[in-house]
Design a protein around this ligand. Sequence first.
Ligand SMILES: Cc1ncc(COP(=O)(O)O)c(C=O)c1O
Length: 364
Amino acid sequence: MIPISKPIIGEAENQAVLEVLESGMLVQGPRVAQLEEKFASICGTKYAIGVSSGTAALHIALLAHGIGPGDEVITTPFTFMASVSSILYTGARPVFIDIDEDTFNIDPALINNAITSRTKAILPVHLYGLPCDMGPIMAIAEKHGLAVIEDACQAIGADYHGQRVGSFGVGCFSLYATKNIMSGEGGIITTDDDAYARRCRLIRNHGMERRYVHECIGYNLRMSDLHAAIGLAQAARLDEFTEKRCQNAAYLNTHIIPYTPNRTLITPKVYDGYRHVWHQYTIRLPGCDRDAAARQLNEAGIGTGIFYPIPANKQRPLVELGYGEQPLPVSEQLAREVISLPVHPALNQLDLEKIVTEVNRLSC
Ligand SMILES: Cc1ncc(COP(=O)(O)O)c(C=O)c1O
């Protein structure tokens, strides 16, 4: 089976973990600070703050903006649940707007109508590694005095008109095992703002800057040095991994046939001014039994993923909170149609040819 994702773990990662183990400094040692420095340079920001997961990054980023009960945060339902649950953790209310059919990302034209006196932030998700249309999003945020918290968990290294994601507002990244670079579990917050960075660090570590002096009620959402060591070894290979993902995606886009007598398929569009980092290569199968198509591919040895089959507003906890009835037609349609194919850097030419052959053979 060609897996849908595959972490690339080599001697550098093994060695990095051993060094930390042998140093005895498993937590709060030098590796987290080194990874933070590396990440800030990757994103072009003044600060990067290492935390325990992408979810923790989002949670802290919202709290450090003072977002809480009574506040509203605008986001999309076509995302991993953590984009939404992190808002709920703070006591604030997610306000959903629909996505753009071609990019899978927030439709900036719909943001203005969702703004109320309670709106505190916009939380765009750079889904699958494609940046959101940050120009209009930042303009709206500035006009209304809103924070922008970028869910860049899937998009490390992506650019919008030459600027890195995570450097427009506050960036939240995941280093979960299947991400473009990973540390097993882990997350990063990026910002240029000194006071904001300090608040994030306080929330990450029990509200402490000086030992046992607590300036606020924080959490334990720290990153360990073991995780940071893996992340550092991976970060050194970010450009190489991204380049391979881009080459794989270009091959799939060129060789997958959109129309055959047996089915219609929509391949991802590529836009000028966007550097897509292809965390996922996601096609659409309109009018098809998508789950049957996934089975056909799996039986032929091609791993697939459905990201995501249910929009967040239709998930049980949100339905119980009174969401669910709001029509979000594009998100609902894409949740029925999408299927992701392997695009990760461990694919070889034979793998790519096999994926193309089987996708072109699909009938549904
Ligand atoms: C869009 C998005 N947001 C948030 C997260 C949460 O990241 P983590 O799994 O590191 O908590 C993920 C990870 O899967 C994600 O894909």
